[in-house]
Design a protein around this ligand. Structure first.
Ligand SMILES: Nc1ncnc2c1ncn2[C@@H]1O[C@H](COP(=O)(O)OP(=O)(O)OP(=O)(O)O)[C@@H](O)[C@H]1O
Ligand SMILES: [Mg+2]
Length: 306
């Protein structure tokens, strides 16, 4: 057996096992850096409460998991967490335990159907609803410690445009805005675009029209928002797709299940599969500099040789 190849694969196996990679070491041995799995963090935001952010996060996450991807779903609605309730899970630990140092990120991964893993936030805890910027950054950076980073990290954000929401959204590679056909949803989505672009430098967004009747209505909604954002903000807002208003979805919520799992051929179940298919076609995310607090930034730094 060629000894150089043997040594190379042994080093890579070791680096993989420890979840770390030292490019300097590779160079010392004259090896090219191994191809690492790139994780994509997708934040689901919306501004207004009740527009379907959690519903989209849970079902899109599960649809991606059903498609064979490794997916983690972070409940970033700190203090009012409800992903665990939506999926009928009973967490014993949450983000609060990570922050007080009593557990690591791996200990928080809660198994859900189809291999999806959930990182729960605590509920009814004022402290979690009022995290400092340093604590937000600590939660975001904790994902760098995952032994096996996922293909996708979906981040369900809270209502509003507070720092709490904006920091999590800006730390992701992509921001999906959930909008429904109500004036307040449109104005809140616009406020979110404004805050994230002006204060956090986010330039690209994708929009999901939720609780609409058909594609025409969804596209109209997108045009309404894009017309204003094109005029007043320096952002790109792409149309990602729609989720119809579906009684089956509401029934699934009552049964504490994702509709895409319980009734995959329902109208909303199909819609979530289509949205997951759209995610699969996205090109490489733009990688911003190291000064930014971002999910998987250590991994991006290694990949880019920073
Ligand atoms: N496509 C849909 N069809 C039918 N009902 C829907 C749909 N999307 C959301 N809903 C309804 O809207 C409710 C609120 O949805 P969800 O909890 O996902 O909103 P949210 O934006 O996460 O709210 P919050 O801001 O409070 O976190 C759901 O419980 C469900 O009853
Ligand atoms: Mg929610």
């Amino acid at each position: 057996m060629n000894q150089a190849i043997g040594l190379e694969s042994m080093l890579r196996a070791l680096a993989e096992r420890h979840g770390r990679h030292n490019p300097g070491q590779d160079q010392a041995f004259g090896l090219s850096p191994p191809a690492r799995k790139r994780c994509r963090a997708i934040a689901v935001a919306g501004g207004k409460g009740g527009v379907g952010k959690t519903t989209v996060s849970v079902n899109l996450g599960m649809a991606l998991a059903m498609g064979g991807h490794d997916v983690i779903l972070l409940d970033a609605d700190m203090g009012l967490a409800n992903i665990d309730v939506l999926l009928g899970l009973t967490p014993t630990r949450h983000i609060g335990h990570l922050l007080d140092g009593s557990c690591g990120i791996e200990d928080l991964l809660l198994p859900a159907p189809h291999g999806l893993k959930v990182v729960p936030a605590g509920s009814g805890t004022r402290r979690l609803a009022q995290l400092s910027n340093t604590e937000h950054a600590a939660v975001i950076r904790a994902f760098d410690d995952l032994v096996s980073p996922p293909d996708y990290l979906l981040v369900d954000t809270a209502a509003g445009v507070s720092d709490n929401v904006a920091m999590f959204a800006a730390a992701a590679d992509d921001v999906v805005l959930v909008v429904c056909d109500e004036p307040a949803s449109l104005t809140d989505a616009y406020a979110m675009l404004k805050v994230l672009s002006r204060d956090f430098g986010v330039r690209r967004f994708r929009m999901v029209a939720n609780m609409v009747r058909n594609l025409g209505e969804a596209r109209q909604l997108h045009q309404k928002l894009a017309r204003v954002s094109d005029r007043f903000l320096d952002v790109a807002l792409d149309f990602m797709g729609l989720v119809p208003n579906d009684e089956r979805l509401r029934q699934a919520i009552k049964r504490q299940s994702a509709v895409v799992d319980l009734w995959p051929s329902s109208r909303s179940g199909q819609a979530f599969k289509q949205l997951a298919g759209a995610v699969d076609t996205w090109g490489e995310p733009e990688r911003l500099g190291l000064d930014r607090i971002a999910f998987f930034s250590r991994q991006a730094a290694v990949a880019n040789g920073w």
